[in-house]
Design a protein around this ligand. Structure first.
Ligand SMILES: C[S@@+](CC[C@H](N)C(=O)[O-])C[C@H]1O[C@@H](n2cnc3c(N)ncnc32)[C@H](O)[C@@H]1O
Length: 284
């Protein structure tokens, strides 16, 4: 198991656009930056799938998101370092479900679903997974009489049962979303990058408006989903790209959670527009 510590400090950023007289391609610049980055090196040493782990570790250090036995859903899990942290922090008996649009090798102890989270049928599939009694969760399908038959006419459901059913659907303690749109691959095919999704995450299109708009769609979908599945007292973390609409998103978080924080962990690259919302203690 990996050891967790936070005394790491990035040693400054790299303006590596030009080496000697040779201008590097953006993909080469990304590789050089990865190579020189202290969090990247530390992730490799600790057996973590990517440096992104340190963002979640720093958020957890501050807000104590996890406990043993919890259910965690990790949206946009690939390559899997947040899920690795979640598995570690929810021991014993926790369960972690990762969802990603691209194929990736699941980290040990993580169940995964491959699909587009924005598709309603994928969300229905995820919810089905979460309430499946074979996965150790209770299922309450209706009100039964002594003989095991339903007291209600087909199609009818009492108000109390409706509330119970809603509660029963809420089986998740923490929803994480580090989703950002995977850009189409234009180079590096020789690296077999389909099975190495981190190579496809040179992240962001370079167009701030596009990155912001795409991230708002993903965050809003993650928040709506959380409103369906999170238990009272549950927590939510989502990455977003800053822009005009993030205030609206923050307000929606305030409607659902007792406390809301906006932060940029130290391990998030300073030149990037990414930031994080943390929603703590879902309201009843
Ligand atoms: C920055 S990476 C996540 C890194 C991950 N948290 C980790 O620690 O390894 C973002 C992921 O979001 C996924 N993603 C983006 N849009 C998605 C969608 N609509 N449905 C599912 N996954 C999505 C991408 O495929 C990518 O793997």
């Amino acid at each position: 198991m990996f050891a967790l510590f936070f005394s790491l400090r990035p040693r400054g950023t790299f303006a590596l656009g030009v080496v000697g007289q040779i201008r590097l391609s953006s993909s080469k610049r990304w590789q050089a930056r990865q190579h020189n980055d202290q969090f990247t090196r530390e992730a490799a040493v600790q057996g973590l799938k990517s440096r992104a782990a340190f963002k979640l570790l720093q958020i957890d250090e501050k807000y104590r998101l996890f406990k043993g036995g919890q259910t965690v859903v990790d949206l946009g899990y690939a390559p899997g370092s947040w899920s690795q942290v979640a598995v570690n922090r929810t021991q014993p008996n926790g369960r972690v479900l990762g969802v990603d649009i691209i194929p990736a090798q699941p980290p040990k102890g993580v169940s995964t679903i491959q699909g587009n989270f924005l598709a309603p049928e994928i969300q229905a599939y995820i919810q089905d997974f979460l309430r499946n009694p074979n996965r150790g969760r209770p299922r309450q399908l209706g009100v039964l009489n002594d003989a095991g038959g339903s007291l209600l006419e087909p199609g009818m459901i009492s108000e109390a049962a409706q509330t119970d059913r809603e509660k029963c659907e809420r089986t998740v303690d923490v929803v994480l979303s580090d989703m950002c749109e995977p850009w189409h691959q234009t180079s590096g095919f020789w690296k077999r990058s389909l099975s190495d999704p981190y190579r496809r995450m040179m992240n962001t299109s370079g167009n701030n408006f596009r990155d912001h708009a795409g991230s708002m769609d993903l965050c809003n979908a993650a928040l709506r989903f959380s409103s369906d599945v999170l238990k009272v007292g549950g927590h939510f973390v989502c990455k977003f790209y800053q822009g005009a609409e993030d205030k609206d998103l923050e307000q929606q978080l305030r409607n659902l959670f007792q406390k809301v924080h906006r932060l940029k962990p130290e391990s998030s690259r300073s030149e990037s527009k990414e930031s994080f919302f943390v929603g703590l203690d879902r309201r009843p």
